[in-house]
Ligand binder design. Structure first.
Ligand code: GLU
Length: 425
């Protein structure tokens, strides 16, 4: 079998298809570097299992809407499939497949015993009431029930889902099983077996690798954060706590800038109250494009895929880009940034803190035990710093970008696991 990459007819390319093309391009580069044969490459380029489901939802006015849902298990060779569930109107099977593939490399890179998965429901959660959201979540979980389980596939939060979503998933699965199964999902509320430190784990990981990649005192380092949601807002907070000057942040409602540094805690309080950064009085308004192109030391894209592209990469002035989001930089933009001498700490490394603490949560659940916040943070720091060290060393040895090196390590470990297991029958 050969790897099929559909032709690029612009009219047909959805953002999801673009993300999958990026993921396949990154895999192809790693496969070539590792000298993988065509069969192995094809195996890694295709998901083990993909499920598309139609999810009927009863609306408050009695109408029934039907939305599309997905769960893709890209790889299960190193352990159970692992990855979040995204609620976003633009999600599609291609995007979910790309995100599942990135989970596979991410888990292998940071050395946790999981394969990669992702789920998605094509819906805007902001348009649903809490009860509609609960019905939708429970029905979606019922549709994907045959795939998930603590030893098979463990969902977690992603864009548009949170602790409450995870609690409903845990409950739906447990009611079906007839007993409580906390380990079926991670990112739960701590009252249901969630881990201390999970809520801020992705952001903490972003802070850890950003400071490591900076390689100097963070004092006075200027930072712009694109996406002020679950990951970006806490990443901004942790970077500010470390001494960085967070000068700009954006979210779907707008972008704000203050040369002397934003009061990140004040801005978080404002967004919690008003629903977004727009209208924050202690800063100037900025366009989304201006934020990305600011003359700052560090840029943290922490929202969605495909924001740094061939169209704007040449205007990005940050020397260090730390990807809190999955897939924010296209391969074309990667080349432009590398030629400009910018360093990109790639998603599968920079945002791995979330799945690392998910793993710690799952370990605690399976042992019916819990660790202190300090113990969790130490383990997180240890795994992030050693993965960063390995990536940096390989990149320097072989003249690769950090993304290429991270993929060579992640893909290489999965290919090696396949080789050791052999092919059945
Ligand atoms: N959705 C997060 C990610 O993209 C976390 C996944 C998890 O914790 O399983 O890494």
């Amino acid at each position: 079998m050969t790897v099929m990459v559909p032709s690029r007819t612009p009219a047909q390319i959805t953002p999801g298809r673009q993300a999958l093309d990026s993921a396949l391009h990154q895999l192809a580069q790693a496969a070539e570097h590792l000298g993988l044969d065509e069969g192995m490459h094809a195996m890694l380029a295709t998901p083990r299992r993909s499920l598309t489901v139609s999810v009927p939802v009863r609306r408050e006015d009695g109408r029934m809407d039907v939305v599309q849902g997905y769960r893709v298990q890209h790889n299960i060779t190193r352990g159970p499939a692992k990855g979040g569930i995204r609620f976003h109107p633009a999600t599609d099977i291609h995007e979910v497949t790309a995100l599942a593939m990135w989970m596979t490399w991410k888990c292998a890179l940071v050395g946790i015993p999981y394969g990669g998965a992702k789920g998605g429901v094509a819906v805007d959660p902001a348009t649903l009431t809490t009860r509609e959201l609960e019905r939708l979540t429970r029905r979606y979980v019922n549709e994907i029930l045959p795939l998930i389980g603590p030893e098979k596939d463990i969902p977690a939060p992603d864009v548009g889902t949170d602790e409450q979503t995870m609690a409903w998933i845990m409950d739906t699965y447990s009611v079906n099983a007839g007993y409580s199964v906390p380990g079926v999902v991670t990112g739960k509320p701590t009252t249901l077996g969630g881990s201390l430190g999970r809520a801020g784990a992705t952001s903490r990981g972003v802070q850890i690798v950003a400071l490591a990649a900076l390689g100097r005192s963070p004092e006075g380092t200027t930072v712009a954060v694109q996406g002020f949601g679950k990951v970006g807002s806490l990443a901004a907070q942790f970077l500010a706590d470390a001494g960085c000057k967070v000068v700009a942040v954006s979210d779907a409602t707008g972008a704000v800038y203050r040369a002397a540094g934003l009061d990140v805690a004040g801005l978080r309080a404002w967004t919690a109250e008003s629903g977004g950064v727009r209208g924050y009085r202690h800063a100037d308004a900025l366009s989304h494009e201006e934020l990305l192109e600011l003359d700052v030391d560090v840029l943290v894209p922490a929202a969605l895929e495909g924001v740094i592209t061939a169209g704007n990469a040449a205007r990005i002035r940050a020397r260090l880009i730390v990807e809190g989001a999955n897939g924010p930089t296209t391969p074309e933009a990667d080349e432009i940034l590398a030629a400009q001498g910018a360093t990109v700490v790639p998603d599968i490394l920079a945002n791995a803190g979330g799945v690392i603490v998910s793993y710690l949560e799952w370990v605690q659940n399976t042992q019916a035990y819990s660790w202190s916040a300090g113990e969790v943070e130490l383990k997180l720091r240890d795994l992030m710093e050693s993965a960063y060290g390995e990536v940096r060393t390989l990149a320097a040895e072989r003249g690769l970008t950090l993304r290429q090196a991270a993929h060579v390590i992640g893909v290489g470990r999965v290919a090696e696991a396949h080789r050791m297991r052999g092919l059945y029958p």
